[in-house]
Design a protein around this ligand. Sequence first.
Ligand code: SF4
Length: 334
Amino acid sequence: MALLEVSGLRTTFHIGVGTVQAVRGISFHVDKGEFIGIVGESGSGKSVTMLSVMGLLPQYAEVKADSIRFDGRELSQMSPRELRSLHGKEIGMIFQDPMTSLNPLFTVENQMVEPLRIHLGMSRERARLRALELLHQVEIPNPEQRLRQYPHEFSGGMRQRVMIAIAIACSPKMVIADEPTTALDVTIQAQILELLENLKREMNTSVVMITHDLGVIASMCSRILVMYGGVICEEGSVRDIFYRARHPYTWGLLNSIPRIHHDSHEKLVPIRGTPPDMLKPPEGCPFAPRCQYCMPVCRRYMAPPTDLGDGHLVHCHLMHPKAPKVERGGLQHD
Ligand code: SF4
C-alpha cells in the first residue's frame, strides 16, 4: 500500500541567467515499510525531488505537481506551516553532512529534546529520557555524557548517528536519507547503512535513500529509481536493475561499479561526456548526447515508459519493437 504517491512533479529554479528545469514531470510511489533507492549523478534531480516533496526548497524554486499524496493527505495543497508540522514528526530527514545540519551552538541534548517537546508535547525530563534511549538505539556509547556535548566533539560517523537519532525521534512514517554516507569512510559507511536497515526492520519505517552510488544500496533496497536529467529513466526491483537493466544510462552506472571478484587491473568504464545543461535540457532523451545507441528519434522525443512487468519501467526508444536489438555491452549479434 502506497504511503507516498507523487504524480507529475515539476520543479524549476528561477535564477538570474534563466530557469533551471531540475525535475521534469516525474511520477513514483513509496509503499509503507518499503526501502527504496533513488540513484543518479549530481544534478540528475534526485535530491531536488525529495526536497520538493518536503517543501524544503528556497523561495526562488517553483514546485508544481498533479498530486503529492502522503498517507492519504494532499501535500501540494498544504501551506508551508502545515508542511513544516510534518517535518520531524511524520517525515524525518538525514542530510549528507551532519555538521551543517546540526547547530554548533547547542548541545546534542538541546537539539534532540526540542522536537520531542514540540511534536509530541513531552515534558523536558521525559524528552531527555527518550533522547538517551535514542542515542542508545543508534549505538552511541556513554549516551549520558554524549548528550551534554556539542556537535564538534563528535566524529563524523557519530554525528551522522546523532542525525539519525533526531530523524527517528518521533517515530516518523518515512525517513529520507540524502547521501547519508558520502562524507564517511567505508567502515563507518557500512555501520550507518546497517543501522538504517535495522531501523526499517524494527520500526517498519519507509526509507528513501538518495545516492549516486548504485553499489551502496544493492543489498538494502527493494526498488530502485534511476534518474538522469530531471527524469526517471528506469525503475524496478533490485534484481531488475542489477540483472535485467535495459536503459543505456543504467548500464553505464553498472559498468562504473568496481567489482572485487574481478581482475584487480580491470579498468572502470566511465560514462563519456557531461550531464545536460538543465537551463536548456535536450528536447528529447536527456541522455542522447552521451548515448552510443542514440537514434534520430531520441533527439526529438522523450520515450514513453515501457512496462516490462512487475513494475519494471524503462523510458528508452530501444524498447520499441522496431528498434535495433541492443544488450549491455554492445549491439546484439544474431
Ligand atoms: Fe539512448 Fe535513445 Fe535510449 Fe536515450 S532513448 S537512452 S538516446 S537509445
